[in-house]
Design a protein around this ligand. Structure first.
Ligand code: UD1
Length: 314
């Protein structure tokens, strides 16, 4: 049984990871509940919840000295790109300073640490159009969110090479699945779609807004595959000081996505087409050969992932 710390552990990805590990390990979650919710977490004697911010250095030092963690997953972040444009300074404190501070704390305190895994984003690739994205593709971060993710990721990897802190970083593509919050206009598109389908099934009036013509495409990866990838990367020795794309290696257009779910549910999602969202990229796709080489194999196609998500939500 290991001690595992998950920052941002009440959010979508963090809570799914926390619930997965708390079956067999002692999990500590720290979350300021700005986006996440305690109700995402299973009731388990193995799960300890701390409400607080990763920017609180006194709290973080206490958490890290009270328990010797073998694994730390640093997922806490301002997760919305739009939010980062509105609040660049606060984003920097949360998305960059907290990482740097954690690295310093771990460097001096965590002798039993086996891995610190940092969640970065496909946003670091920006709008450079060459696809699929390999880890060594051109990096063109265009927003405070992407700049901080890239800088933090670099420090994370560097602390392994410079100070032997056992670290790895991942770049998430478009993650979807249960517990993703659809409330904000910048929530993941599939969670927003799912919310609208729920309303259609409840015979409520609703409309899904499609920004652009629906031909834009993304590499949507189901949350269970993300958990699989994180677990493999955290436990492999080959992944030390490395960065990995996490996606499926397949992209799908939004119109096609809608027709798959329409077909499952035998309904027609009402769609209102609007102009493209400013700053949107047209297509995104991960090359996942690097993470496949350490044993990851996505188990879900977009169809089977959506089917499971629909069965859970609706
Ligand atoms: C995603 C990430 C972002 C990351 C970026 C990296 C999410 C929520 N966002 O942004 O953090 O930096 O990848 O490449 O995972 N759309 C609609 N209607 C809606 C909502 C969205 O048509 O109601 C469209 C968007 O305009 C976009 C597509 O759906 O074309 C995907 O949007 P979204 O889920 O926000 O993801 P990304 O923009 O890819």
């Amino acid at each position: 049984m290991n001690n595992i710390l998950i920052t941002g552990g009440a959010g979508f990805i963090g809570s799914t990871l926390a619930n997965f590990y708390s079956k067999n390990h002692k999990v500590t979650v720290i979350d300021d509940l700005s986006m996440g919710s305690k109700s995402n977490l299973d009731q388990s004697a193995n799960l300890c919840f701390i409400e607080g911010s990763v920017t609180d250095s006194i709290l973080m030092e206490k958490v890290l000295t009270d328990t010797q963690f073998e694994y730390i997953f640093h997922l806490a972040a301002i997760a919305s790109v739009a939010d980062s444009v509105e609040r660049p300074l606060e984003t920097h404190q949360i998305n960059f300073d907290s990482v740097f501070q954690l690295l310093e704390l771990v460097k001096s305190n965590q002798f039993g640490l086996k891995r610190l895994l940092f969640a970065s984003s496909a946003a670091v690739y920006g709008d450079e159009p060459t696809l699929p994205k390999k880890e060594e593709s051109v990096i063109r971060p265009l927003t405070p969110y992407a700049i901080d993710k890239f800088a933090a990721e670099k420090y994370v990897v560097d602390y392994y090479h410079l100070f032997d802190v056992p670290t790895s970083a991942v770049r998430f593509f478009n993650v979807y699945g249960p517990k993703q919050n659809p409330e904000s206009p910048y929530s993941g598109v599939i969670s927003i779609m799912m919310d609208r389908y729920k309303k259609v099934l409840n015979k409520e009036e609703t409309m899904f807004t499609m920004f652009g013509d629906g031909t834009q495409s993304r590499d949507f990866v189901f949350i269970e595959d993300v958990v699989q990838a994180l677990d493999i990367i955290a436990h492999s020795q080959d992944t030390l000081g490395e960065v990995y794309n996490i996606g499926t290696g397949e992209a799908i257009g939004l119109n096609e996505l809608v027709s798959i779910v329409d077909n499952f549910l035998q309904v027609n999602l009402p769609i209102q087409y609007e102009g493209e969202r400013s700053g949107d990229i047209k297509h995104s796709l991960a090359d996942i050969s690097k993470v496949k080489a350490v044993g990851y194999q996505p188990k879900y196609t977009i169809k089977s992932g959506l089917e499971k998500y629909v069965a859970y939500e609706l």
